[in-house]
Every structure is written in structure tokens, then in C-alpha cells.
Design a binder for this molecule. Structure first.
Ligand code: PLP
Length: 372
């Protein structure tokens, strides 16, 4: 169903492959990629992305929920799929049926899994300072106890960094402390004769800013898709990551808006002089943030067309006065390249006052997705 009918996402496979190659060069030998393909692979399309990663020898994936894990299995993804989030006991059957690895979110959860009676493959989450999921790093007795539960097969131990994107003094100090806490847990387990489990700690910014660390896996998300969270983010590793995703929509109509006339809901845009405007077949139900109303631009025929008026559910208006060749049926680019110009997901995020992760992960199910 590659029709490019209304609004769609094009995935650049070569760029994804190149990003994988660069990450593998950056990571120490012995550290494997465990790509984060949660939230439909950050909006890119989980089956398409995970399939391409699997072709490149990726054998470990992480997702947010059991349902996301099942979707990958149905798409033919083998290897280990780690569920990073909480799974309610009513869904434990799914974990077993689809061979998913579950995160142990704390000691109570481990006890609950043990009580269930069936056998689960798990990674233990360790709270080293984010205070979201995981057993506290200093509660080593509780952590060791999880290894003694006969119904849990612990194949991994991991934690998550919460300020690794920051380069200020306190953020670096806090991250180094989280790293020390995590290493202390691993060392103490080894000292107590517990071994044979894998360790992982870093997401994208943990990899890009602390690339000297050497764990078994690296959970790359946003950067694997070739972008950073914010336009002005700075990272230590010098990599030339290439964006994988382009977002495009059809121009539906082109018409004149005469001086003094308003356009769209609330007539939130007013023409100060005669303008040529267009309606694009994409809106907030597709993931274009409504906060981009009257803000930012799209590309068409290699030129900028400013966004005007309020973003609608299924459509949005742009000013084509500066794009005389624009006509119904043309392609407009919301993320990606047109001629010499490029809009990055980070740009959209900055116009909408958020991070690129949110923009991408909210791209809607109505969009066609294709990899070329
Ligand atoms: C989402 C997530 C990741 C990936 O994060 P990025 O910053 O996108 O690389 C890694 N680990 C955990 C626990 C996550 O929730």
C-alpha cells in the first residue's frame, strides 16, 4: 500500500544502516546495540525498522509494553525483546506466549511474578537516581533475593540515566554517580557469586556523552533514528548521524486570500495583503502539534511556505505566496529535504515547544509508512 496518497512517512534505509554502523564503531567491542523501538519505533514504524535492524544482525530490542513486543513477534522479529515498562499481571500470559523479557520494576513486582507460578525471563531494573522504575541500587539484599526466586530467570540487570544529555558540571557529576551506583550493584552481585547476567545502562545520550563506558548492551533510541532531542543539544561524540524519517503531505487546494480576509478556525490568521494559500492533507490527528498554529513552515518545490492559521485535525494551511509553482496534488515536506532546504524533526520540535522524541512518537497511525 505504497500510494503516497494523502500524507506519509518515507524511511531512508541507507541512513538507518549508516547510523547503525557509526554506533557500532563508537561502542566498545563486546557492546551490542539494543535499539529502542518503542512507540512504533519513535513513529517510524516498528515492523519496518526492527525488520531492517534484524537484517543487520541486531538480536536485541527494547519496547515499552508487552503489546509492542507482540507486534514485533508477529512481524517476525526473533531474538530478545525486553519490555522496559510495567506489565500488569493480567498480561503475564502474553510475556510467556511471545517469549518476551520483562523488566522487574521493584522487589514487590518480583515477588508478584514468583507468586504467579509460571516461569519468566527478566531483566532487573535498578534505580540509580531517576526514581521511576527499578529497585533501589543500595537495596542489594532485595536485588540478590530476586536471583533466588525459582520462577525468575534473570538474564540482565540495567538502569537508566536521567541527566546524561546535560553537559553542565552538576549533570555530569550526577551521571557519574549513577554510573558508580550501577557498577557497585554489579560488582557486589559478582562478589556474592552471582554472574551470567548482562548489564546495560546507556540510552542515546549516555552513549554519545559517555562512550568510554563498556556494558553488554547500549539502548540507542532517538539518535539511531539520526536526530537529537533538541536543536541546540551538544554531545561529546562526533558522529554524523543522518535522519531516517521524512514526513510529507499532499497539497489539496491552492487559492487566494485577499487583504483583510481571515483563514481557518477562529480566523486565527489574517491576510495583511493578498496571499496565495494552500491546504495540506495532514493535521493534528496525524501528529502535527496544534501548538504549531501560525508558526514554522513547510517546504514545497525547494522553498519555504509558512504555516498559517490553526492546525486542524486533518488539514493545515500554509502561505504559498513565495512558491508560485505550488498547485493541488503537489508534495509538501514537513520533515525532510526539498531542493537545498531541510526541515529536521528538531526544528518542528522547537516550533512546537517540545523535543523531537515527542513529535516523532506521536506521528499517527493514518500515515502510510514506507522504507526505500
Ligand atoms: C526510551 C528509553 C531508551 C532510549 O532512549 P533514547 O534517549 O531515545 O535513546 C533507553 N532506555 C530506556 C529505559 C528507555 O525508556
Amino acid at each position: 500500500m505504497c500510494q503516497k496518497g494523502r500524507a506519509w512517512i518515507e524511511l531512508n534505509k541507507e541512513n538507518l544502516m549508516d547510523n547503525i554502523r557509526q554506533f557500532r564503531l563508537l561502542l566498545p567491542p563486546g557492546c551490542a546495540l539494543m535499539p529502542a523501538v518503542k512507540a512504533n519505533a519513535y513513529g517510524h514504524g516498528a515492523a519496518l525498522v526492527a525488520g531492517a535492524l534484524q537484517e543487520q544482525g541486531v538480536r536485541n530490542f527494547c519496547v515499552a509494553s508487552a503489546a509492542e513486543g507482540i507486534e514485533l513477534r508477529r512481524a517476525g522479529i526473533l531474538g530478545e525483546i525486553l519490555v522496559l515498562g510495567y506489565t500488569h499481571p493480567s498480561q503475564f500470559t502474553d510475556l510467556i506466549h511471545h517469549d518476551l523479557t520483562q523488566t522487574v520494576v521493584d522487589a514487590d513486582y518480583a515477588a508478584r511474578m514468583q507468586e504467579d507460578g509460571r516461569r519468566f525471563v527478566v531483566h532487573i531494573g535498578i534505580d540509580t537516581g531517576m526514581h521511576r522504575l527499578g529497585e533501589r541500587w543500595d537495596n542489594i539484599e532485595a536485588i540478590q533475593q530476586m536471583f533466588r526466586l525459582p520462577n525468575l530467570r534473570v538474564t540482565g540487570v540495567y538502569s537508566h540515566l536521567c541527566v546524561s544529555d546535560g553537559t553542565s558540571h552538576w549533570e555530569r557529576a550526577y551521571t557519574l554517580e549513577q554510573i558508580r551506583h550501577f557498577e557497585a550493584v554489579v560488582e557486589e552481585l559478582h562478589r556474592r557469586g552471582i554472574s551470567g547476567f548482562k548489564c546495560h545502562l546507556q540510552g542515546s545520550y549516555g552513549i554519545l556523552n559517555y562512550s568510554q563506558l563498556c556494558f553488554d548492551y547500549a539502548r540507542a533510541g532517538i539518535a539511531l533514528y539520526g536526530i537529537l532531542s533538541g536543536r541546540d543539544d551538544k554531545v561529546n561524540a562526533s558522529m554524523e548521524l543522518r535522519p531516517v524519517l521524512s514526513l510529507k503531505a499532499r497539497v489539496g487546494t491552492v487559492r487566494m486570500l485577499y487583504q483583510g480576509e481571515g483563514a481557518g478556525y477562529g480566523l486565527a490568521y489574517r491576510a495583511g495583503e493578498n496571499r496565495r494559500i494552500g491546504a495540506l492533507s495532514i493535521g493534528y490527528a496525524d501528529g502535527i502539534p496544534r501548538s504549531m498554529s501560525n508558526c514554522g513552515y513547510v517546504l514545497c518545490h525547494g522553498r519555504k511556505a509558512p504555516v498559517i492559521g490553526r492546525i486542524c485535525m486533518d488539514q493545515m494551511l500554509v502561505d504559498f505566496t513565495g512558491v508560485p509553482e505550488a498547485k493541488a496534488g503537489d508534495e509538501a515536506v514537513l520533515i525532510g529535504k526539498s531542493g537545498d532546504l531541510e526541515i529536521r524533526a528538531e526544528d518542528l520540535a522547537s516550533w512546537a515547544g517540545t523535543i523531537s522524541n515527542e513529535i516523532l512518537s506521536r506521528l499517527g497511525s493514518r500515515l502510510e509508512r514506507m522504507m526505500e
